[in-house]
Write a protein that binds this ligand. Structure first.
Ligand code: SAM
Ligand code: SF4
Length: 354
């Protein structure tokens, strides 16, 4: 039985200037990571992967403490947010995460807590995560080939990740595998990932490669539109769009029926070619405490500074509301892509949390 409490009463709703209801908070618990994905945190930046926009390490004191995070979550929930995602960097490398999840589960009105992980520590943490009430995991996996996995992530840890995924599966987690689609890097494996979705109880979601971070390996030639990926795997059978759960994200999801009777769930996340800004329901908190209303727009509010200066709950609530009201209408990357304009977004994925 999940420890995450379910809301029974009517509650507040947070609406931005473009009539979008903001109900989903993403917390980047740390910018540290035990991998070095080429598109996120390339090798050579900060020995322990703990870095600022300038490539310098964050000190632990620079991160929001769990107490500070709990306060922000409580206030956000009181405003109407009811879904939380823990991300990073790699959230499982932050000490005390299990106790933190336990305390989150006591927050009345928080309907769902989910986790995005690279899976490296999953074999170790899966049981405890399950015990703390987490039921769904998003796991990033861009290759099913150990050597290629090592090239993409900088670490030869495919087998450990695979073992973690299987442990989580056996415990009964709902698992979504997220694949960043990169032409010339893993596009020859898209069919293998579809096979995986047909053979295992995992939803596989292909994500368009985003140009985030000054040091990201992103190149225009490596970009593949979600629609093109769909064409590449169309031969597997019949793709029927299906209604997602109320806590599910912006992926366009399909039920795939193969001619041999196998079925699987396949999704496409197209932040660039088919952006979902008009349905965006998210607010993000970066690892060093900046509230950010758009993944691809660097506008941020320094909540940590305000908290450490002694801001009251009333004023902090107002700051959260103001950040929501300032949420930009969209990021405009699709237009820049089509016109051949500059694409790079300066933020660092590991501090923003994806
Ligand atoms: N370390 C965890 C992980 O990798 O799952 C959580 C943090 S990671 C920043 C969150 C998500 O962002 C991952 O699914 C990752 O693949 C995705 N991501 C990071 N950089 C990306 C990029 N440039 N384009 C598309 N997705 C990206
Ligand atoms: Fe680490 Fe996740 Fe970034 Fe890869 S995508 S470097 S696993 S934070």
């Amino acid at each position: 039985m999940s420890k995450i409490s379910f809301l029974k009463e009517e509650k507040h709703v947070l609406v931005d200037n473009f009539s979008r209801t903001i109900s989903y908070l993403r917390l980047s618990l740390t910018d540290r990571c035990n991998l070095r994905c080429i598109y996120c945190m390339p090798e050579g930046d900060g020995e322990d992967g703990c870095q600022t926009k300038n490539g310098k390490n964050f000190h632990c004191h620079d991160l929001l403490s769990y107490e500070e995070l709990l306060r922000i979550v409580r206030l956000s929930v009181s405003l109407g947010m009811n879904k939380l995602r823990l991300t990073g960097g790699e959230p499982l490398v932050r000490k005390g995460i299990l106790e933190f999840i336990d305390r989150l589960s006591e927050i009345d009105g928080l309907d769902e807590v989910r986790l995005t992980t690279n899976g490296v520590l999953l074999h170790e943490y899966a049981q405890s995560l399950y015990d703390s009430g987490i039921r769904q995991l998003n796991i990033s996996l861009d290759s099913l080939r150990p050597e290629r996995f090592a090239k993409i992530t900088g670490k030869d840890l495919f087998n450990q990740v695979w073992q973690g995924i299987q442990t989580a599966r056996d415990l009964g987690f709902r698992i979504k595998i997220n694949v960043v689609a990169m032409k010339g890097i893993n596009d020859d494996e898209f069919c293998d990932f579809v096979e995986l979705a047909l053979n295992e109880p995992y939803s596989v979601r292909f994500i368009e490669f985003m140009p985030v971070g000054e040091k990201s390996s992103w190149q225009r030639e490596q970009f593949i539109r979600a629609e093109d990926i769909r064409q590449m795997v169309a031969g597997f059978g019949e793709f029927t769009p299906y209604q997602k759960g109320k806590f599910d994200g912006p992926a366009r999801m399909f039920r795939l029926q193969a001619p041999d009777g196998r079925q699987g769930n396949i999704g496409f996340i197209s932040p660039i070619s088919h952006h979902f800004c008009d349905q965006c329901n998210r607010l993000r908190l970066t690892s060093e405490g900046k509230l950010r209303s758009c993944l691809l727009n660097d506008q941020e509010t320094d909540i940590k500074m305000l908290i450490r200066q002694g801001i009251s709950d009333v004023d902090l609530t107002r700051v959260i509301k103001d950040t929501v009201l300032d949420k930009p209408k969209g990021h405009g990357l699709q237009e820049r892509m089509e016109s051949g304009g500059p694409m790079n977004c300066p933020g660092q994925m590991s501090r923003i949390g994806g």
